[in-house]
Design a protein around this ligand. Structure first.
Ligand code: ATP
Length: 215
């Protein structure tokens, strides 16, 4: 099967600094790909390039997916400061389909409920996002990503800092999404998560490294 995403000779910058160098990768479709590498190796930047929010400085990006990409970043200070509830946060995942100022349909609301259930945050629905623990907030943001029902899900360290039960829940959710035909790319520091993925991309100092290399 041809790739879901291909990068050829991609470099990417933050300001004057080049942080990805000559990255050529093919992401397999309908499978889970783990991106690993030490702190600062370029994982988040690579996800931003794959998501289309960080334009490459050079090289080319090709995606087979025509629809919107669901991109779940590490907790953002901005969303923490907003006075919104967990349900409203997850509902924002439906805006891509409805527009921010349209009423959500019955179907949207049932998708939002289902995503909160799957991530174990349904009982937090009425809580303000800013009052949650880091791990709870992380699961809410993942529920928001799932609610987008995208066929390309990009996740920046979705399980980092979570307890064993929450990690297992996320692994199960990702396996379910893959079974639905979703292409998933996630950054991780967990060797077990990387080993469990279908494919691995290892970064070292912004370059693709030997996949057998360990952090
Ligand atoms: N907004 C920014 N401005 C300037 N430099 C940045 C910015 N974001 C990241 N960088 C730099 O780009 C490089 C790659 O960072 P990136 O966040 O992609 O790494 P990472 O592998 O995701 O790290 P971590 O494991 O710590 O999350 C680092 O050297 C970092 O300092």
């Amino acid at each position: 099967m041809s790739a879901a995403i291909e990068l050829h000779g991609v470099s990417a910058r933050h300001g004057a600094a080049t942080v990805l160098h000559d990255v050529t990768i093919a992401v397999p479709p309908q499978s889970i790909t783990a991106v690993t590498g030490h702190n600062g190796s370029g994982k988040s930047t690579l996800l931003g390039v794959l998501a289309g929010v960080h334009p490459p400085a050079s090289g080319s990006l090709w995606r087979s997916h025509s629809g919107r990409v669901a991109f779940v970043v590490q907790r953002s200070e901005a969303s923490d400061a907003l006075p919104i509830t967990v349900r409203q946060t997850v509902s924002m995942g439906r805006w891509a389909h409805r527009g921010a100022w349209r009423r959500l349909t019955r179907e949207d609301r049932s998708i939002v409920d289902e995503c909160m259930e799957r991530l174990g945050v349904a009982d937090l629905a009425r809580r303000r996002l800013g009052t949650l623990s880091g791990g709870q907030r992380q699961r809410v943001l993942l529920a928001q990503g799932l609610a987008q029902r995208s066929d390309l899900l990009l996740l920046d360290e979705p399980a980092t800092g979570l307890d064993a039960a929450a990690k297992a829940r996320i692994a199960a959710v990702l396996a379910e999404e893959r079974a639905r035909g979703t292409t998933i790319v996630h950054a991780t520091h967990d060797p077990g998560d990387a080993a469990a993925a279908d494919a691995r991309i290892v970064l070292a100092h912004g370059r693709i490294a030997d996949p057998e290399a360990r952090e």
